[in-house]
Write a protein that binds this ligand. Structure first.
Ligand code: ZN
Length: 112
């Protein structure tokens, strides 16, 4: 069944993936069409008031600020993305920062 595989870039889209995408799209459209009914259903079952309680108790401005600060501080800098620019590299042997386009490390002398 060679026609079941469509290649997008370097990803392989199988027939199963396409079925899942189409079914989820149908589900999203159906939900959007019945949005008012869905909101009323959630309100009747207490989900809306529960969510308001959670927001008021736990998701305060301070908590959001702390979470954002932790996300910024804990994410490692992307060495690969910076290294592709060619301006900032590191020696693969001693991890010394290399500036410029030289082919040898100034710290340990190994070829980069
Ligand atoms: Zn080195």
């Amino acid at each position: 069944m060679a026609n079941d595989i469509v290649i997008l870039g370097d990803r392989i889209m199988t027939l199963l993936n396409r079925k899942i995408i189409v079914l989820s799209l149908i589900g999203v459209i159906f939900l959007m069409a019945n949005l008012w009914f869905a909101v009323n259903w959630l309100d009747e079952h207490g989900v809306v008031s529960w969510a308001q309680h959670i927001r008021a108790e736990y998701i305060t401005g301070t908590a959001i600020t702390i979470v954002i600060a932790l996300m910024i501080l804990l994410v490692r800098p992307k060495h690969e993305a910076v290294a592709r620019t060619g301006l900032f590299r590191r020696c693969p042997v001693c991890d010394h920062v290399l500036l410029g386009k030289g082919t040898y490390c100034a710290e340990c002398g190994s070829k980069v």
